[in-house]
Design a protein around this ligand. Structure first.
Ligand SMILES: Cc1cc2nc3c(=O)[nH]c(=O)nc-3n(C[C@H](O)[C@H](O)[C@H](O)COP(=O)(O)OP(=O)(O)OC[C@H]3O[C@@H](n4cnc5c(N)ncnc54)[C@H](O)[C@@H]3O)c2cc1C
Ligand code: FES
Length: 276
């Protein structure tokens, strides 16, 4: 059963906390009321409410085929997320959702999928990796380009070797690294020109800082990928998450209900502007 009121947070309990990096942590949440439905589609987000502090939109980073808990991976950047970082197992949070337009996995059928992520941007894309691995025969290849500031800032590192073993083509780039680093050094955008990519049968999903997404769009378009085959997940300040308050307005769209996932052709004229 989903909460009847999409504006009313319902209580969830943390059953597991994992520290991913110095400022990124993953929490696993189960509802206090076991009747609560936890179905979601890859790319959707929940509003997490730290009682007495505030509420923030956070993507679901777990496996949509395992609807027994919500998994969220969070970077502690400000008032609410820093407070959430010190939560422990058994702590309670309010939760409402899931909200938003998911990644277009239906449009990716029989196509090669390219995921491009920067930093915490791998969190909303991880459910796509799980969905692909569970239904590999329905898609072409899955190639993941992942960039972070340094090896210490990579999230989900423990899963990399398993993903590779299962056939995911994973390339990792960092901005700076010591001599023990065996991967690429430099911006993730530099990996695009050498991608084995057929523009007619490829779909690209991108999530990361907005500036990274801008720099990624140009080389992808240069490789012949159509704007409608590039999908990006956008972030803006949110309050209601259901299209009432206008806080997340972006041109003619509301990020909360028309997105957060958009095809690039819907955004290209306004991309990179901060507020309207
Ligand atoms: C649809 C959607 C999905 C999201 N998914 C995730 C997710 O999976 N994991 C996650 O960690 N975050 C995610 N975010 C971002 C997250 O909502 C914000 O980081 C959070 O709202 C910050 O709240 P705060 O109270 O902690 O920080 P605030 O007190 O609001 O901000 C404090 C300072 O941090 C800066 N800041 C705020 N947000 C960010 C940011 N995203 N990056 C860098 N600096 C920032 C502000 O400019 C300010 O200077 C998502 C946002 C949206 C819209
Ligand atoms: S957050 Fe209120 S309209 Fe999007």
């Amino acid at each position: 059963m989903k909460s009847k009121n999409s504006l009313l947070p319902v209580p969830y309990r943390i059953v597991k906390c994992t520290q991913e990096t110095s400022d990124v942590f993953t929490i696993e949440l189960v509802p206090e009321d076991s009747q609560q439905s936890m179905e979601f589609s890859p790319g959707q987000f929940n509003m997490l409410y730290q009682f007495g502090v505030g509420e923030v939109p956070i993507s679901i980073s777990g496996d949509s085929a395992k609807a027994d808990r919500y998994i969220h991976t969070i970077r502690a950047v400000g008032t609410v997320t820093r407070r959430m970082k010190i939560l422990t197992e058994k702590s309670q949070l309010g939760l409402r959702g899931p909200f938003g337009v998911p990644w277009p996995l239906d449009k990716a059928l029989e196509k090669d999928i390219f995921l491009i992520a920067g930093g915490i941007g791998l969190a909303p894309l991880r459910p796509v990796i799980y969905a692909y691995l569970a239904n590999k025969s329905r898609y072409g290849r899955l190639s993941v380009l992942y960039g972070a500031r340094s090896p210490k800032d990579l999230v989900f590192k423990k899963e990399f070797s398993q993903w590779r073993k299962l056939g995911v083509e994973l390339s990792v780039a960092v901005d700076a690294a010591g001599p023990s680093w065996k991967g690429h050094v430099g911006a993730v955008t530099k990996l695009i020109p050498n991608l084995d990519l057929d523009p007619k049968k490829s779909l690209v999903m991108v999530c990361g800082p907005e500036i990274m997404m801008r720099f990624i769009a140009d080389p992808l378009l240069g490789r012949g990928i159509a704007e409608r085959d590039i999908y990006v997940s956008m972030e803006r300040n949110m309050q209601c998450a259901v299209g009432f308050c206008g806080h997340c307005q972006y041109g003619g769209e509301f990020i909360c209900k028309d997105g957060p996932v958009f095809s690039f052709d819907r955004l290209s004229s306004t991309f990179l502007r901060r507020e309207f």
